[in-house]
Design a protein around this ligand. Structure first.
Ligand SMILES: [Zn+2]
Length: 306
């Protein structure tokens, strides 16, 4: 598990206050798209069930499944939720006019409970693993995780960095053959530097004539052949995903700048492509800008300067 459910405090026994886990459950279900019908307020009987609607749209009308939600926060003891923790399910459904039973648990459901629930017409359990995968699966979910699991989510973020929001659009470096975005985590690709032959000296020209971007599959050799036909030859490469490492990015960038200082020759085309590499990998190595910084940058027409 990545998220530590013990970060959510144990239930306030007898204080009459809403428990944090119930509030979390409400926010979690609302994030999933359920409509909250009854907030988790505690009645005089101590029952603290939540009621949510699942609205299923049809073509001309919609219909609603009303769920009775039971929130159980056993993370601190680590116990699973047993059938004896969820008594009289059918009666509770009838009492609240609900169609189905939903459990939101910070641990897991014991086999005894899933056995009882399999006899129910409609039931669903969100246990800790399901909750975690929903929360970590989207940016909206990250916001919720950050609010209720600040410590464990912070650790997760350090190990799973996402590109900073710096440009209006997602940054892309596409394979020049198949068009796949090589900056996506699932892709691997290189930028390949090309030079022309120097017939007089039986070698290559000093100037880098062009650069192409290629994924690591067959596209690289197809592009290499295509450029060879134009008289441009492979003269070095770098992995694009390596450049998403902040330290390596800075090292490569400094090498690039030093190269310019030493009059390392790049054609205008190659120079523009190197700029493209650094600009589009920058969000991966930079942090998010604060709103104030973002506004300041905008006012400087930063985008136009690039
Ligand atoms: Zn490709």
């Amino acid at each position: 598990m990545i998220l530590d459910f013990k970060e959510i405090p144990e239930a306030n026994k007898g204080t009459g206050l809403q428990d944090t886990f119930e509030l979390f459950s409400r926010d979690f279900l609302s994030f999933l798209g359920y409509r909250i019908v009854q907030d988790p307020d505690r009645g005089p009987d101590g029952k603290k069930d939540l009621i949510v609607d699942e609205v299923i749209p049809g073509i001309t009308s919609e219909y609603t499944i009303r769920w009775l939600v039971s929130c159980k926060h056993f993370a601190h003891s680590g116990n699973s939720v047993k059938d004896s923790d969820e008594i009289n399910i059918s009666e509770r459904l009838k009492q609240h006019n609900c169609d189905g039973f939903m459990g939101v648990y910070s641990t897991i459901a014991a086999a005894t409970l899933t056995g009882v629930l399999s006899g129910q017409n409609k039931s669903v359990i969100f246990d800790r693993e399901k909750i975690e995968s929903y929360l970590l699966g989207s940016l909206e979910g990250h916001k919720l995780a950050c609010r209720y699991f600040p410590e464990s989510f912070k650790k997760y973020q350090i190990e799973n960095p996402t590109p900073a929001k710096i440009f209006g659009e997602e940054s892309v470096i596409c394979c020049d053959y198949c068009g796949k975005n090589l900056l996506l985590e699932s892709e691997h690709g290189n930028y390949v530097m090309l030079k022309e032959e120097d017939f007089k000296n039986d070698g290559y020209q000093k100037q880098y004539k062009d650069i192409y971007f290629a994924c690591c599959g067959g596209c690289d050799s197809i592009l290499e052949n295509k450029f060879r036909e134009k008289g441009m030859y492979y003269c070095g490469w770098e992995a694009i995903d390596e450049l998403c490492n902040p330290t390596i990015w800075l090292m490569r960038f400094m090498a690039f700048v030093n190269g310019i200082q030493k009059e390392q020759d790049l054609s205008d085309v190659a120079f523009e492509k190197m700029k493209k590499v650094f600009i589009n990998t920058f969000p991966y190595v930079a942090r998010h800008l604060t709103q104030k910084e973002h506004d300041r940058v905008k006012s400087l027409l930063f985008y136009d300067l690039l």
